[in-house]
Design a protein around this ligand. Structure first.
Ligand SMILES: [Zn+2]
Length: 198
């Protein structure tokens, strides 16, 4: 997958380390900023009901290809606790890989991606995450997903994978937080989906 259009065709060849860190309930994963300040990262996420419906519609409509897009909303800190990612709007973006006949990856189609960014900007919405679907595999970041994250230099944002792989085709929505750990290592930490607000 590719999150960005800035490095078309570029591929990283060095081996990757994929670190999945389970969230610790009630406490934030501290990470250190370059200036030495300890900051807490989000450990939880919420989805507005209409956003949940849009997300599922996008993923099922794209079958058997992967759906992809971006998420708008807020990152909110409540009472000094760990921030929470609140998704209110879902914008599906044309999957250029699917257009090319590739059904196990995604790449934002440039015109669709730019149009979406303009739309969000005009509506004063903040981009808080990226999503794509796994039509036939679990909601875990694949090796190519990690390459895409590195290429896009995506950090401090949420990254959602929606799996439709189980036999009942019941969607499994798994958000992650993309960040660097204090050693500068790329981390993809699962977020707890705590609420679909009604
Ligand atoms: Zn993927």
């Amino acid at each position: 997958m590719e999150l960005t259009i800035s490095h078309p065709g570029k591929r990283l060849r060095r081996p990757m380390t994929i670190r999945i860190i389970p969230p610790s309930p009630g406490s934030a994963q501290p990470s250190e900023e370059p200036n030495g300040a300890i900051v807490s990262i989000p450990t939880a996420a919420t989805l507005a009901p209409q956003a949940y419906e849009q997300l599922l519609h996008s993923c099922t409509a794209a079958m058997p290809n992967e759906a992809c897009g971006v998420l708008a909303g807020t990152i909110q800190r409540i009472d000094g606790g760990a921030p929470v990612v609140n998704v209110t709007h879902v914008y599906s973006i044309l999957n250029a890989a699917a257009e090319d006949g590739v059904n196990n990856s995604f790449a934002f189609e440039p015109a669709s991606w730019i149009q979406t960014l303009y739309h969000m900007q005009n509506n004063r919405q903040s981009l808080v995450g990226y999503y794509h679907s796994h039509p036939a595999s679990p909601p875990l970041p694949s090796a190519s997903d990690m390459i895409g994250i590195r290429e896009a230099a995506a950090r401090d944002t949420s990254y959602w994978i929606i799996s439709l792989a189980n036999s009942a085709r019941q969607p499994v929505v798994q958000p992650y937080w993309i960040h660097n750990d204090p050693n500068g290592q790329l981390c993809c930490s699962p977020l707890m989906l705590t609420e679909i607000r009604i």
